[in-house]
Ligand binder design. Structure first.
Ligand SMILES: *Cc1c(COP(=O)(O)O)cnc(C)c1O
Length: 310
């Protein structure tokens, strides 16, 4: 999906403190971040609800971006409050009631030693309309996945908890693997053969009514993952965080992905093996239903997670 499709003429991007025209939001081709993937970013959603527009866990997302920046020594030149205000300003400037939000911070143009040295830190926030990442049908009927031949980045190689731009070439390769084999999405294993996560989604399995998800040893600390754990516990489910093998995933009653983009997406098949009944399972459906009620401002107990646009 081109991010400009169906999105009017008055598009604005927030760049280094100012709202500028969409087409003016440019960087030099010798920017450090382009050459070495030295940036950190977020993916956030704003939902239009009967009670107004709300950004889901905006503060938590921005807090994670500040954390992602630490190992890469990226000094974000704005405070969390300033970025929160900037996100809201950008949504309003684009007249969007629901959208995807992409803040990104990266080393810009100055020198091209691998050490970023004097490279300035560029800070950008873009917003655009975006529906279901894997399609509306995926949310209802589930998707078909494959275990990728590419493993997840080892935690001794990179800080896997950081949402850093360069780390996504690993996700991209896994995605190619899946698409070329005719699947919707990949599942990556870690170096020891345990299940890590999807290219941009955390994974959960349901076994005998108990929910299990891998630890953060080789998975990103997803905000949707965290939300789903809380929602599941509030619904009375036991949630176990542990190492999960490939075999356990294949014989689970239900498997699903979580993520800002994927929201809560059931997985109905993996490598030709039907998961459970081969459709969205009852536990997945219950959690998904609750999740959508939460983001749609229909659950008072979770209103803390919704930050108003107005
Ligand atoms: C962004 C991302 C997720 C999901 O995180 P959310 O905060 O739920 O959007 C999971 N895994 C990877 C690798 C990601 O990049």
């Amino acid at each position: 999906m081109r991010m400009v499709d169906g999105f009017g003429d008055v598009r604005k991007i927030w760049m280094n403190g100012k709202l500028i025209d969409w087409h003016e939001a440019k960087v030099h081709v010798l920017s450090h971040g382009l050459h070495y993937g030295s940036g950190v970013f977020e993916g956030i959603r704003c939902y239009s609800t009967p009670r107004g527009s709300f950004v889901f866990r905006l503060t938590d997302h921005l807090r994670r971006m500040f954390r992602s920046a630490i190992p890469y020594r990226i000094k974000i030149p704005y405070s969390l409050d300033e970025l929160r205000t900037a996100v809201i300003e950008t949504i309003k400037a684009n007249g969007l009631s629901s959208c995807y939000i992409r803040p990104i911070v990266f080393y810009g143009y100055h020198s091209l030693g691998v050490d970023p040295g004097e490279c300035p830190v560029e800070c950008v926030i873009a917003t655009w309309p975006w529906g279901a990442y894997l399609g509306e049908d995926a949310l209802v009927n589930g998707i078909r996945c494959t275990f990728s031949s590419w493993i997840k980045i080892h935690p001794k190689m990179l800080p896997v908890g950081a949402k850093a731009t360069g780390q996504y070439i690993n996700s991209m390769l896994a995605g190619f693997d899946a698409k070329e084999k005719g699947f919707d999405e990949a599942i990556l294993l870690d170096n020891e053969g345990y299940v890590a996560e999807g290219p941009g989604e955390n994974i959960f399995i349901v076994d005998d009514g108990v929910i299990h998800t891998p630890s953060l040893a080789s998975a990103l600390p997803g905000i949707t993952r965290d939300s789903v754990i809380k929602i599941a516990k509030d619904l009375g489910y036991e949630v176990v965080v542990r190492n999960i093998t490939k075999g356990e995933v294949l014989i689970a009653d239900e498997v699903f992905f979580t993520g800002t983009a994927a929201e809560v997406t059931p997985i109905r098949e993996i490598d030709g093996i039907m998961i459970g009944d081969g459709k969205r399972g009852p536990v997945t459906e219950e959690i998904q239903h609750k999740f959508f009620r939460v983001v749609n401002a229909e659950e008072n107990a979770y209103m803390d997670w919704l930050e108003p646009v107005e």
